[in-house]
Design a protein around this ligand. Structure first.
Ligand SMILES: NC(=O)c1ccc[n+]([C@@H]2O[C@H](COP(=O)([O-])OP(=O)(O)OC[C@H]3O[C@@H](n4cnc5c(N)ncnc54)[C@H](O)[C@@H]3O)[C@@H](O)[C@H]2O)c1
Length: 345
């Protein structure tokens, strides 16, 4: 059996540490996901934080530990490079991985803060046939895959509107130059990615935002109305200064409705009303359970191997993530022009 040698840059929360959260379904980190498969071996790890690095080495029994990722890349012939560092370093590190000859790249979302670098990364990976997967992990979640099947098979009819939110508390005052954006950028990238997954290509956006500290600092809230190519309309909110986190999509079709998010799923179909003669209403029916469920980190790792074997990114691709980034930045741009309708680019 071919063993895919993997190295990770970034042994922080999503790289390794969240595995300690007793409430999360496991595995819930990249190292956990990769370690769950028999044909992947985590052989090297890198972090500039030596305490984290040491802990990572002990926890996962990885001996080759580095504080400089260039060294990790040159000393190990890695098949897979996993990038779980801060967003503004993603593309630079991935391009270094390409130069070092890795066979596939699994990178955290958002793809990068710099759209030009993100474009370069997608272009270079395509030219060299190096699969690039970006961790928009819900694409590997069996419930989201089931929701997509339900929509594709016409269970809720033709999609008319998609209402989405990625709500969270007031963010710290952080500079755009380093962080790219606020809640719409960091959590909203999952939301935008799923709008594309369920609704298809997006034709225009009209944004609104609350940016209390001015344009050089990230937004507190960003909302948008979104026009899809197929005439579906989207309404989204990112941030919103709530005292809770909520991530949810409400997909409304001509014959039903489907809600899916962090707190569960609901499915409604059109039935003859039991309350009004001659009316049709929505009735809640059970959301079908998938045959089996595993956390998306396993599906992602499995798809990484599949992508290397076929030479083609199989799911949650760099191209998908680049589109999400273009849409988010166009929403910000539109908001700064009083909500002018703009085509994402
Ligand atoms: N998919 C998800 O749901 C999800 C969840 C959390 C975080 N993320 C993303 O993952 C990335 C990391 O987030 P996090 O919460 O794990 O952050 P974190 O700060 O906990 O971890 C990042 C790690 O990278 C290390 N690092 C930074 N620069 C480095 C360098 N040059 N070389 C080596 N190591 C370096 C840091 O020391 C830190 O340990 C971000 O892009 C974030 O958006 C995604």
């Amino acid at each position: 059996m071919k063993i895919f040698k993997t190295g990770i840059i970034g042994c922080g929360r999503i790289g390794s540490l969240l595995e300690e959260d007793p409430l999360r379904g496991k595995p819930c980190t990249h190292t956990g996901g990769f370690s769950a498969l028999p044909n992947i071996k985590m052989v090297a790890g890198c972090d500039i934080n030596e305490t984290r690095l040491k802990k990572f080495g002990q926890q996962w029994k990885v001996k080759k530990l580095y504080t400089d990722y260039h060294e990790m890349l040159s000393e190990n012939e890695l098949d897979i490079l996993c990038i779980a560092t801060w967003t503004n370093q993603h593309a630079t590190m991935a391009l270094e991985g390409v130069r070092a000859g890795v066979k596939g790249i699994f990178c955290e979302k958002p793809i990068d803060t710099d759209i030009k670098l993100a474009r370069k990364l997608v272009r270079v990976c395509k030219q060299k046939n190096i699969p690039l997967l970006i961790n928009h992990e819900r694409r590997w979640d069996a419930y989201y895959q089931k929701a997509k099947k339900l929509i594709q098979t016409g269970k809720i009819g033709e999609i008319k509107t998609i209402i989405g939110n990625a709500l969270s508390w007031k963010p710290d005052v952080l500079p755009v130059s380093q962080y790219g954006g606020g809640p719409l950028f960091h959590d909203g990238t999952h939301l935008i990615d799923l709008l594309l997954y369920f609704g298809g290509p997006i034709e225009w956006v009209s944004g609104q935002e609350t940016r209390p500290k001015g344009k050089h600092y990230i937004e507190e809230t960003a909302c948008a109305m979104i026009g899809f190519q197929n005439d579906t309309i989207g309404f989204i909110e990112g941030g919103g200064a709530r005292k809770y986190f909520n991530f949810e999509l409400d997909i409304q079709g001509s014959e039903g409705r489907l809600l899916i998010g962090n707190s569960g799923r609901e499915l409604y179909v059109t039935r003859k009303s039991k309350r009004f003669k001659g009316f049709q209403e929505l009735e809640k029916i059970p959301f079908p359970e998938p045959k089996r469920y595993e956390t998306p980190f396993i599906g992602g790792a499995r798809d990484m191997v599949k992508s290397i074997r076929t030479g083609k990114s199989s799911n949650a691709t760099g191209e998908d993530a680049l589109k999400a980034l273009e849409i988010i930045y166009t929403i910000y741009k539109s908001a700064q022009q009083k909500g002018k309708r703009l085509k994402p680019k």
